[in-house]
Ligand binder design. Structure first.
Ligand SMILES: Nc1ncnc2c1ncn2[C@@H]1O[C@H](COP(=O)(O)OP(=O)(O)OP(=O)(O)O)[C@@H](O)[C@H]1O
Length: 771
């Protein structure tokens, strides 16, 4: 019945969309309305399409006899006073599906998980909450155990899936949190932080659609590979209007492809760069050491340092940004030159005094403003600067660098010095943004234009409202219906004009991506521990409301500029006004693997508790020692066997950065479909990737290569190793030629023939130790 209705709604929406697209009318208001309507219907259609798989996945039988179905969207029976047929998972009425327990049943007698394949029901799992005390079901933390385990044990595909059918109570608390400000979600690996962050975005879009549709939601991830990996989750929940981005993509017009050392990136992430950028701007507002000579109209004009200093002080005292203050500087200098020129050109050598009148003086001023020599001097003393020019010049000059950042050591400045050509790195982007904030643009003309357009829009909106009010009062007379509400009752002309402000076809996400100064309604940051202080500054500018959800794990910080303390990151922006939520159950990594990773975690500062695994796999992680010369070849052979073991699943070989090429080449020789590199194709059966790029990803089987080298490669090597060890959903092996870090000494030796204990022992059982 529900699918029948879904088909009906889709056909109707498609028809409406087609009708809108067929409409003619070329005047701007018709085009704007057509665009708005077609976007609305297209969004609606994609929501309906997304509900196809698993439309209805739950049923609640309540103690009072009511039966409630839970699914991907809400459906109502128009013929029966809008009786709910299906409750959207985000609606309050669906909440007991995720949080009811035997101890707190929330009026639920039975919870049913309905598993479907296409439109066919393939299984139901019931939990009787009022009987839970007797049969042991549902009383100890995990909700919908059978369905959950089926999801956790499924082969990985290279794309993250939504978890809407099996959200757990602690996750639900985060997803539906009513906290308005900064919400930090700290949780160990596999606790569902990414999943929760994405479902929270979907939840907020549902509960605050009007506001968020206007301002948009921004989701920040650590790299484009990760964003690709998670990119299907929101569309599968019917939500598409979200901007997924890395920090390196947040400066419109710049693609940050240049690479640099981790040490250089760390320096650029420090808060002291604010002072460096400000000093670099000040250094470009110059006063010459000697008087300058300018040839003008057969005369030589002199510009002395005092005049320049006075002009600079006056321009600076305006408090305007560099480019906006420039006209003040220019006016001062040109006035001084005009005065000199008038004195020279108009001097009455016989009678004394000056032969030039006010009009002549104005003419000379105009000529000076257009004179090439004068312009060159002004550009030297107070140039128009773009962020790219400012930082391009700065990083290409040892002198400019040492003047702008004298507190850096010579070695540190040497790390920043580079060729001008070659583009930008991700760590440059927050600096470019900082520079843009200090430079500003001389936008007087643009503002005049915008004001004119605003007035036109307002007049148009008032016209529309007058027409609507007229026709509504007509209706009123015809039908004598006091309930009629006119458009003007609901919105005034200014609000109406704002709605029509953007007449282009661009979506909110596209407009936001193209506008550096766009401020978002909500910002979600995944792997938030990796962001530098400068990146936080940029993000806070994009979210003045501080409506943010930050998810991460300070034990997994790999970036040298990242953090080990949420308080330290947030203090400058919100003081202690942020809320911390913790996630404690690991849904990815089986208990056997987590106990290996926990030994690595134990050596970290500050000490953190490892999350409890939701299940055990029955597969013991192993190690395999080999000689250095045989490492790559041995790995290739083991990888090929793992591929056969995981069947349709995915295998990852995670290596220290220095071994990527060698190991990658050997693995590709053995498994030609393998994808190798920092940004591999995750849909391939095997990927070989450096440890720094493994963050946030997961695979059925993981081979960790040379853990001792991972520890040594970076000052955050322990965190990197912890990340590598916690990427597997089923199987973990460690292959090494170097010595093994002592934390991993307890691993069993891999046997000569690969055993398949999972099959012997049964796959993916619930971890009975949980809680
Ligand atoms: N409630 C759930 N139901 C089904 N699967 C879940 C649930 N919670 C998490 N998972 C699965 O567990 C895996 C790990 O989740 P996720 O990647 O969101 O964890 P994470 O905390 O971000 O991990 P990391 O910090 O290691 O990146 C994913 O496959 C996710 O789909």
């Amino acid at each position: 019945m529900l699918y029948g209705r879904l088909d009906g709604q889709r056909a109707e929406t498609r028809e409406r969309l087609a009708r809108v697209l067929r409409e003619h009318g070329e005047d701007p208001s018709a085009v704007a309305e057509r665009n708005a309507a077609s976007t609305h219907y297209a969004d609606q259609l994609s929501r309906l399409d997304a509900a196809e798989n698993g439309l209805c996945f739950g049923r609640l039988d309540l103690a009072d006899g009511e039966r409630r179905y839970v699914g991907r969207l809400g459906m109502f029976d128009e013929g029966a006073e809008y009786e709910p047929l299906l409750v959207d998972w985000r609606a309050p009425a669906a909440r007991p599906f995720y949080v009811a327990t035997a101890a707190a049943p929330e009026g639920v007698r039975r919870r049913r998980h309905i598993r479907t394949s296409g439109r066919t029901v393939v299984g139901v799992d019931d939990e009787l909450l009022d009987l839970a005390g007797q049969d042991g079901a549902g009383g100890d933390g995990l909700v919908g155990e059978a369905t959950l385990l089926a999801a956790l044990n499924a082969d990985r595909t290279g794309h993250m899936r939504d978890i809407v059918e099996t959200i757990q109570a602690e996750q639900d608390r985060v997803i539906r949190s009513e906290h308005q400000g900064v919400l930090v979600v700290q949780g160990g690996p596999g606790t569902g932080k990414t999943a929760v962050a994405l479902h929270r975005a979907a939840y907020l879009l549902y509960t605050q659609r009007e506001r968020l549709a206007r301002r948009g939601v921004l989701i920040i991830g650590p790299n484009t590979g990760f964003l690709r990996y998670v990119s299907q989750v929101l569309p599968s929940l019917g939500e598409t209007g979200v901007l997924l981005s890395t920090i390196g993509e947040l400066f419109p017009g710049i693609v940050a492809r240049r690479t640099e050392s981790a040490e250089a990136a760390e320096i650029k992430g420090r808060l002291s760069m604010v002072e460096m950028v400000a000093a670099a701007v000040r250094d470009r507002q110059r006063v010459p050491d000697e008087p300058l000579e300018i040839d003008f109209d057969g005369q030589v004009l002199h510009l002395d340092p005092e005049t320049c200093a006075r002009a600079r002080d006056r321009a600076r005292r305006t408090g305007l940004l560099h480019n906006q203050a420039r006209p003040v500087f220019v006016a001062e200098i040109v006035d001084a030159l005009t005065h000199q020129a008038v004195e020279l050109i108009g001097a009455d050598v016989y009678g004394g005094g000056n032969l030039l009148d006010a009009e002549d003086r104005a003419e000379i001023r105009r000529e000076l403003l257009e004179d090439q020599g004068v312009r060159a001097v002004l550009s030297e003393l107070w140039p128009v600067l773009t962020p790219r020019r400012l930082l391009g010049d700065l990083f290409a000059s040892a002198d400019l660098l040492s003047s702008a950042a004298p507190w850096l050591s010579d070695d540190e400045r040497a790390l920043l010095l580079r060729e001008r050509a070659g583009g930008w790195t991700p760590a440059d982007v927050p600096l470019l943004d900082e520079a843009a904030e200090l430079l500003g643009v001389d936008d007087r003309m643009a503002r005049l234009r915008a004001e004119r357009e605003r007035r036109e829009r307002l007049a148009y909106a008032q016209g529309v409202l007058d027409v609507l009010a007229g026709s509504a009062s007509q209706d009123l007379e015809d039908e004598d219906d006091p309930e009629v509400i006119t458009a003007a009752d609901l919105v005034d002309a200014t609000a109406f004009a704002e709605r029509h402000e953007h007449r282009s076809d661009l979506t909110v996400a596209e407009r936001a991506a193209a506008d550096r100064t766009w401020t978002f309604g909500h910002v979600i940051v995944d792997e938030a521990q990796e962001l530098s202080e400068m990146a936080w500054r940029l993000l806070m500018r994009r979210c003045p409301s501080r409506s943010m959800t930050l998810v991460g794990d300070v034990a997994q910080t790999g970036d040298l500029a990242g953090t080990s303390s949420w308080g330290r990151v947030l203090d400058p922006y919100v003081g202690d006004r942020w809320r911390l939520e913790r996630l404690s159950v690991n849904y990815r990594t089986p208990a056997e693997i987590m106990s290996v990773a926990s030994a690595v975690l134990a050596g970290m500062e500050p000490p953190l508790d490892p999350p409890a695994s939701a299940r055990s796999s029955g597969f013991a992680p192993w190690r395999c020692a080999t000689r250095p010369a045989e490492l790559a070849g041995r790995l290739a052979e083991i990888t090929a066997r793992e591929v056969a073991e995981v069947g349709a699943g995915r295998v990852a070989v995670i290596v220290p950065a220095g071994l990527l090429e060698e190991v990658g080449a050997a693995v590709v020789a053995a498994v030609p479909e393998a994808s190798v590199g920092p940004d591999p194709d995750l849909e391939r059966p095997v990927v070989v990737l450096p440890v720094a790029r493994a963050k946030g990803l997961e695979f059925d089987s993981v081979l960790v290569v040379e853990p001792a080298l991972m520890l040594a490669e970076s000052s955050r090597g322990r965190n990197d190793l912890y990340v590598a060890l916690t990427r597997a959903t089923r199987r973990l092996g460690v292959v090494h030629a170097d010595g093994l870090p002592e934390e991993l000494a307890g691993l069993r030796e891999r046997g000569g023939r690969l055993q398949c204990p999972e099959r012997r022992e049964g796959r993916g059982r619930r971890n009975r130790d949980l809680n």
